[in-house]
Design a binder for this molecule. Structure first.
Ligand SMILES: Cc1ncc(COP(=O)(O)O)c(C=O)c1O
Length: 499
């Protein structure tokens, strides 16, 4: 049996997009394709080597008039799509924060899509709503959240599409609560607080819910607090705002920031915020998962004083008059997939004990990388490692030893006091910080240019750091060791001024 139809079949109108036998046959082909992909994933350069526009030159400009067999489409995936991918699931991927694929997760997605239900209200699919509520209880228990965060304690949770959505929803809830008290006309007086390390989606979310852009306070952080938000700076900002007649509304505290995995002190920040009736949201997008391990749970201590937490689950009051939940009222869009099924499959297939071990193994590998960096006196770990992220660079002392700490910067980017200004072709004397940043930027470009690994960078306190984030499902010690060898090799070349 083949999957494409002839002209006659089309004319006789016998298109059957969900023929169970074809579904089985093609499903096996896709699973085989993915299994082979995972078997050979290390053969691909981690970073795609293609040039912009490569795909539009390779694929037809118009859609096909007649159906094509899956075999041909899979051939094209091999030929045209795989070369244009950054292989996020490669064990040599150490960039950003990884997304963890797993057999259970992938099959959970298939189940969720395969059953094809929409669960906007309880009635639209009772199992989907009830399983989601139960999964929120399970997650709450895994994180040892205080009872008011759980349905059983009068709160509850929902699976959002992403953190930004969770922040928009909680911001909107906080805004409406305060506007009911002070009148809608006072929306321009509302002020929200975050730090200069908070994910940029917070500012976006604040603007979406109508907060005046001038009333978004990003509290400066420094190396002294390891880039965590300082409670006294928050207090100062709140007091100043109240003095001029503004209304403090919402604080976004982060446990595990995007740049360096810094930790805002949740308890102390909550105490300051609560004095002034400010809603506190804890964004634990990255580090929340680690908090299922007992050794990290203390990092969200104080969450009992917060109003909401996102690592998907968040506290919210269920509608009082209803016995059931209509999850459409907990999110932005109406339609929602049966995502709880995927979570259920993942939690049951692994069990909490193994999930903890998996996270701990990533932290162990990051610790190993940190030790390797520490053993080479040309390098330094720039920020305290909290979870499985190591932020490092070639150190200023190594550069001055090699006569590279002052000098001239040329190329298409200039760095002035640690701020990169793009679009310049300059050759000018630069500060030593700028030069150090430039050297580390070149180091990262060279490493990634090999296609053998992928790392990313951040600029904190004016310092350019290379981020080595361990989190790929398939990563092993040998990948970490060979990534470090690669870094050392390119540092050798840079420090001895070899091309
Ligand atoms: C701390 C933090 N918050 C929020 C986000 C945004 O996450 P999402 O894509 O789920 O909106 C990220 C993404 O990396 C993050 O690290």
């Amino acid at each position: 049996m083949v999957s494409w139809q002839s002209e006659e079949a089309l004319e006789s109108n016998c298109l059957n997009p969900l023929d169970p036998d074809e579904f089985r046959r093609q499903g096996h082909m896709i699973i085989d394709f993915l299994a082979d992909y995972y078997k050979t994933i290390e053969d691909h350069p981690v970073c795609s080597q293609v040039k912009p526009g490569y795909l539009s030159n390779a694929l037809p400009r118009s859609p096909p008039h007649m159906p094509e067999p899956l075999e041909t489409i899979i051939d094209d995936i091999h030929k045209h799509i795989l070369p244009g991918l950054t292989h996020w699931q490669s064990p040599n991927f150490f960039g950003y924060y990884q997304i963890n694929a797993s057999t259970a997760g992938i099959l959970g997605e298939i189940l969720c899509n395969g059953l094809g239900v929409l669960a906007f209200s309880w009635f639209a699919s009772p199992a989907a709503t009830e399983l989601e509520s139960l999964m929120m209880e399970w997650l709450g228990e895994m994180l040892k959240l205080p009872r008011p965060f759980l349905f059983s304690g009068g709160g509850g949770g929902v699976i959002h599409g992403n953190t930004c959505e969770a922040i928009i929803c909680t911001l909107a809830a906080a805004r409406d609560k305060v506007l009911r008290e002070i009148g809608e006309e006072n929306i321009t007086k509302l002020v929200v607080y975050c730090s200069d390390q908070t994910h940029c989606s917070f500012k976006k979310a604040a603007k979406i819910v109508g907060i005046n852009a001038q009333n978004i306070r990003a509290i400066d952080t420094t190396k002294v607090t390891e880039f965590g938000m300082c409670p006294s700076s928050l207090k100062q900002a709140i007091v100043m705002d109240i003095k001029v007649g503004l209304v403090p509304l919402y604080l976004c505290a982060t446990v595990g920031t995007t740049a360096t995995s810094a930790i805002d002190p949740v308890m102390e920040l909550c105490r300051v915020a609560k004095e002034h009736n400010v809603w506190v949201h804890v964004d634990a997008a990255y580090a929340g998962a680690a908090c299922i391990c007992p050794e990290y749970r203390g990092l969200i201590d104080g969450v009992e004083l917060a109003n909401s937490l996102s690592f998907n689950a968040h506290k919210n009051k269920p509608s009082e008059s209803k016995e059931v939940i209509d999850y459409k009222d907990w999110q932005i869009s109406l339609s929602r997939r049966f995502r709880a099924l995927k979570l259920w499959l993942v939690l049951r297939s692994h069990g909490v004990a193994n999930l903890r071990k998996h996270i701990q193994s990533h932290v162990r590998l990051a610790k190993l990388f940190e030790e390797l960096v520490g053993e080479d006196d040309r390098f330094e770990v720039v920020c305290k490692r909290n979870f499985a992220l190591v932020c490092f660079r070639i150190s200023p002392s190594a550069l001055s030893k090699h006569g590279l700490s002052t000098g001239y910067l040329s190329g298409d980017a200039s760095i002035d006091n640690g701020h990169i200004k793009n679009g310049h072709t300059v050759k000018e004397p630069v500060t030593s910080t700028a030069n150090i940043n430039d050297v580390n930027k070149r180091l990262l470009e060279r490493i990634n240019g090999t296609g053998r690994v992928l790392m990313t960078h951040a600029v904190v306190g004016g310092v350019y750091v290379i981020r080595f984030a361990v989190g790929a499902t398939l990563v092993k010690e040998r990948h970490v060791r060979s990534a470090w060898k690669l870094v050392q090799g390119h540092a050798d070349a840079i420090l001895s001024d070899r091309p």
